[in-house]
Design a protein around this ligand. Structure first.
Ligand code: PXL
Length: 275
């Protein structure tokens, strides 16, 4: 059977993100993840990094004008079901995406990428302020612990601090918040905030450094599931977390440093790894 008949022809997702030439993170990870879910991927490049599994050597932001020209070219022609942002680079580009987002007739997932796994900062302080301005256009924002602190200015020491920070992101305009808290009591913890309640989602914690691209794959999997027409955000997030867990469990030794999370897997039902 021709597999393409199994795809939904309009399951189209757009990523606006930076390039990782080693293929583990950034728009490459996004497109691989979309593909793995049977979602057609379009991509607008914001930034070129020169990096590999050992570290980031160089980052060069494309001009805001070139980013917008790409975005306009795609959107003048193609109707995505959903879009996500990864690394946007400069405050000017974040503000320009924000301005275009006023006209988006599809939800936007904002992964507020600020540092790479190696701890290299990918944005400046004024970009953090621009991310705050973008939040009212975010259907979902997916900060890690560091990004949550930087967006809110709250040092996250207690559970109350985390709840306050998530509350503040809602106040700033984000519809839903997914805080990637990392290791909590020996497990990996995510907190999904709806504004009314916060749901903690635990998954298996892997003792590994081979998690390059995990954040990109998580937000890309969420984006892909929205493109496929899924509507229950809690289930979407749980399934995307399983996708990352199974990817980490199946990591192949690629490169001399931190291996990328494997995208050539597909999480479907819960397993003993991820339930
Ligand atoms: O995983 C965050 C990320 C996003 N986008 C690009 C990156 C990284 C981390 O390395 O390089 C382009």
């Amino acid at each position: 059977m021709n597999r393409i008949t199994e795809y939904r022809p309009n399951a189209i997702a757009l990523t606006i993100a930076g390039s990782d030439p080693s293929g583990g993170a950034g728009l490459q990870a996004d497109l691989k993840t979309f593909q793995q879910f049977g979602v057609y991927g379009a991509s607008v490049v914001t930034m070129i990094t020169a990096q590999n599994s050992l570290g980031v050597r160089r980052v060069e932001n494309l001009s805001t004008e070139l980013v917008l020209d790409q975005l306009d070219a795609v959107l003048d022609d193609i109707q995505p079901i959903v879009a996500k942002t990864g690394a946007l680079g400069t405050a000017e580009t974040i503000d320009a995406v924000h301005q275009r987002a006023q006209q988006f007739n599809f939800p936007l997932v904002v992964d507020p990428v600020m540092v790479s796994k190696h701890g290299d900062s990918l944005v400046t302080d004024d970009a953090v302020a621009a991310y705050r301005r973008l939040l009212p256009k975010a259907f979902l924002v997916t900060p890690n612990r560091f990004e949550l602190e930087r967006l809110t200015g709250i040092a996250l020491n207690t559970n109350q601090d985390v709840a306050k920070a998530i509350h503040d992101l809602h106040q700033m305009g984000a519809r839903f918040v997914l805080a990637k808290m990392g290791e909590v009591n020996g497990q990996s913890e995510h907190i999904l905030g709806s504004g009314k309640e916060n749901i903690a989602i635990q998954s298996k914690r892997f003792e590994t450094q081979n998690t390059h691209g995990a954040g990109c794959i998580l937000s890309a999997a969420i984006t892909a599931l929205i493109a496929l027409g899924e509507t229950d955000l809690k289930r979407i997030v749980q399934r995307a977390i399983r996708q990352v867990s199974i990817g980490i469990h199946n990591t192949q030794p690629i490169g001399k440093g931190r291996s990328p999370v494997e995208t050539r897997v597909l999480a479907d039902e819960p397993t003993e790894l991820t339930s």
